[in-house]
Design a protein around this ligand. Structure first.
Ligand SMILES: Nc1nc2c(ncn2[C@@H]2O[C@H](COP(=O)(O)OP(=O)(O)OP(=O)(O)O)[C@@H](O)[C@H]2O)c(=O)[nH]1
Length: 282
């Protein structure tokens, strides 16, 4: 859908892992936009997929539901030209949420025939009494500002919840794990990335560089071999790709060390899920 890409674009920096593979978002991440007296707190949620069998999937679905209960307005993101069964299921759930729902039609840059956009908007407008429908491209940053304006107008009056100059409630350490996870998602085949999780174990400033050590946890021995790759090629690629991104993000020299370790079945163990830093709604 492009929720993470949109969130990153809105706050102007990478705070959430985005990737071509579905269901990459695992955490509840807040993005912050402050314009003078107005402060918008954006909550990214994991995609809602009721068919996910693993306990991790169930936890993610609960996180998404709890996020809706917590907010003043909901942004439903769909892809231009499409209306998937999952979109319909979400729209139905939102109908009774008593929250204004803004429909974002993302990826308009992908539409080959631009004249198809207006009939599509007419068609989806009727699915729910949307507060507003905003077509945009999160990737290209096209028409993103009207979305911010619409959301700002929906804010209830109140004090700022976060400092004015912050763009996320998540720590730098967390953002580092997201950068590494994104590299894994980009470089590995379908199955393995979902079985991995990243944990920062070392964070030392030597003055000239920031030394970061992180563990990539996998569930099975075979996955370990894939993440390490032939002659360590995969893990080296992940490491150098992540290091370049981190140097840009942190605006300084970074020395990154990665280890791959085995932790059996963490996706099916609530404590394991918690240890990976994933929010578990009770
Ligand atoms: N062409 C195009 N691609 C986009 C756009 N927005 C996002 N994408 C791509 O769509 C893919 C999914 O984007 P994400 O931001 O990870 O989507 P998400 O909704 O957070 O996905 P989950 O992790 O499943 O929740 C990535 O490959 C993005 O680069 C867009 O406006 N145009």
């Amino acid at each position: 859908m492009g929720k993470s890409t949109l969130l990153n674009h809105l706050v102007g920096e990478k705070i959430a892992a985005a990737s071509r593979k579905a269901q990459t978002t695992r955490h509840r991440i807040r993005g912050l936009i402050t314009h003078g007296p107005d402060q918008l707190v954006l909550v990214d949620t994991p995609g809602v997929d009721p068919s996910t069998p693993k306990l991790l999937g169930k936890v993610l679905n609960r996180t998404a539901q709890a996020a809706v209960d917590d907010v003043d307005a909901v942004v439903l993101v769909v892809e231009a030209g499409r209306w998937e069964p999952a979109d319909e299921a979400l729209a139905q759930r939102l109908e009774n949420s008593n929250r204004p729902v803004v429909l974002v039609i993302n990826k308009v840059d992908r539409l080959k025939d631009k004249s198809a956009l207006l009939p599509y908007i007419d068609q989806v407008r009727g699915r729910l009494p949307f507060h507003e429908v905003v077509p945009l491209s999160a990737l290209k940053g096209k028409n993103v500002e009207p979305l911010v304006d619409t959301l700002m107008q929906l804010l209830p009056p109140g004090p700022h919840l976060f400092p004015d100059d912050e763009i996320t409630d998540r720590s730098q350490r967390f953002r580092v794990t997201e950068v590494i996870r994104e590299q894994l998602l980009e470089r590995l085949g379908q199955e393995v990335p979902y079985a991995t999780s990243v944990e920062v174990e070392q964070w030392e400033d030597s003055g000239t560089a920031l030394h970061i050590g992180a563990v990539i946890w996998v569930e099975r021995e075979g996955q370990k071999a894939i993440v390490v790759g032939k002659g360590g090629r995969m893990i080296k690629g992940v490491g150098s790709g992540a290091r370049l991104e981190l140097e840009q993000m942190l605006e300084r020299k970074v020395m990154l060390k990665l280890w791959v370790k085995l932790r059996d079945g963490w996706q099916d163990d609530l404590d394991g899920i918690r240890r990976m830093g994933i929010d578990v709604e009770s």
